[in-house]
Design a protein. Structure first.
Length: 196
């Protein structure tokens, strides 16, 4: 009887350890994804969006703001989105209030502003932090020299842009001053779309 209890206890302990190890592995995977497609984000309406749904598309990730000198870039972003979306291009907009308090509104206010003023139809997400101690894990991934050795580094201002290939590889990064319709960005997008 004692042997059966010991065996049962050992089995329970082993199962518990295995489950704990699996949980840690899952947690590590969530915290250290292999690409941007490993993240789930909240959209502007508060619903979860698994970014893996964009795998196979060329994706531009942009930190945006409504009261910035670069805010008119929404118009250019919408234009290139409309031009290339049927070829597999998508833009993901992430409002952030990290620079000069230039995105003070709620998600509802941001959505209304983008829709009424710029007719934005590309996916917009809930406001996050892209810099500092509360930086969202997606932006930790994008700016880390470890996960993004070629294009890592802190976000410098609103409207920094990352271009991501269909397989999740970060292909390029553009400063705020590089406008969405610039030759530099258009050529990069067209190259990425043509490469696969």
């Amino acid at each position: 009887m004692r042997y059966k209890r010991s065996s049962l206890f050992l089995a329970i302990v082993l199962l518990g350890c295995a489950a704990m190890g699996w949980g840690l592995a899952q947690s590590a995977h969530a915290e250290n994804p292999a690409s941007v497609y490993g993240f789930t984000m909240q959209n502007i309406d508060g619903k979860p969006v698994d970014l893996s749904q964009f795998r196979g598309k060329v994706t531009m990730v942009v930190n945006v703001a409504s009261k910035c000198g670069f805010t008119p870039q929404y118009e250019g972003l919408e234009k290139i989105y409309e031009k290339y979306k049927d070829q597999g291009f998508v833009i993901l907009g992430f409002p952030a209030n990290n620079f000069g308090g230039q995105e003070p509104g709620t998600n509802d206010q941001i959505k209304e502003f983008c829709t009424l003023n710029y007719g934005v139809t590309f996916p917009m997400f809930a406001k996050i932090s892209v810099k500092g101690s509360d930086k969202h894990p997606l932006y930790r991934y994008l700016t880390s020299q470890k996960t993004n050795p070629e294009f890592g580094g802190e976000i410098t201002w609103n409207f920094n842009k990352f271009l991501i290939g269909r397989d999740g590889t970060i292909l390029n990064r553009f400063d705020s001053k590089v406008t969405p319709e610039s030759e530099t960005i258009v050529q990069s997008v067209e190259r990425a779309l043509a490469s696969s």
